[in-house]
Design a protein around this ligand. Structure first.
Ligand SMILES: [Cu+2]
Length: 190
């Protein structure tokens, strides 16, 4: 018996002998549309969770918490996210996480011509406004990391708002150079 090959949907599959080909074709036609829509759903779900993972605490929306991967021995790492507030003025007052011995809220400011980090008591989230914690600005500092933050990993943390209360979120760890290099020497200050 000789088996030919037919090319379908970019994939080479063994062709069935003539006697069973009609059956096989019908079976494929039933399965493939389901499979491909299933794969599309998976891709869409994957993209949504990778790029738009978000949480809410009261009227505050928390978007895409992420942390920058750290090198072995680097004592601390930065955490970033975007806060959008549909309600009254609030403040992010603390973050709790198990990845580090302690956690601080920081801002960056110029001292002469040197950009330095400074600890702050809270980060204001204006009524009906938004604040983005990002490299070069406000950020969460995971101080005295218990282990390096590895790219591709994620870890839980609890954000504490003065009015909206507490919410647990998942930080995703991205490449050390993600979104600008202003924080390249971050660990050196601690
Ligand atoms: Cu910092």
């Amino acid at each position: 018996m000789t088996l030919g090959y037919v090319r379908e949907l970019g994939r080479v599959v063994p062709a069935a002998p003539a006697s069973t080909r009609i059956f096989t074709t019908r079976k494929n036609m039933q399965i493939r549309p389901f499979l491909s829509s299933f794969l599309v759903s998976l891709l869409v779900a994957g993209a949504a969770s990778a790029h738009a993972h978000g949480y809410t605490a009261g009227s505050i929306r928390i978007e895409h918490p992420w942390a920058r991967a750290t090198a072995p021995g680097q004592p601390s790492g930065g955490g970033f996210l975007k806060l959008t507030n549909a309600g009254e003025a609030d403040k992010l007052i603390a973050v709790r996480a198990d990845v580090s011995a302690s956690t601080e809220l920081h801002t960056m400011q110029m001292e002469g011509d040197i950009m330095r980090m400074r600890q702050v008591d809270a980060i204001a989230v204006p009524a009906g406004g938004e604040v983005e914690l990002k490299p070069g600005g406000y950020h969460i500092m995971f101080v005295r990391l218990k282990a390096p933050l590895k790219e591709g990993a994620s870890f839980p943390a609890t954000l504490v708002f003065e009015k909206a209360g507490e919410v647990q979120v998942e930080f995703k760890v991205h490449a050390p150079g993600a979104r600008g290099g202003e924080h390249g020497t971050h660990g050196m200050h601690h």
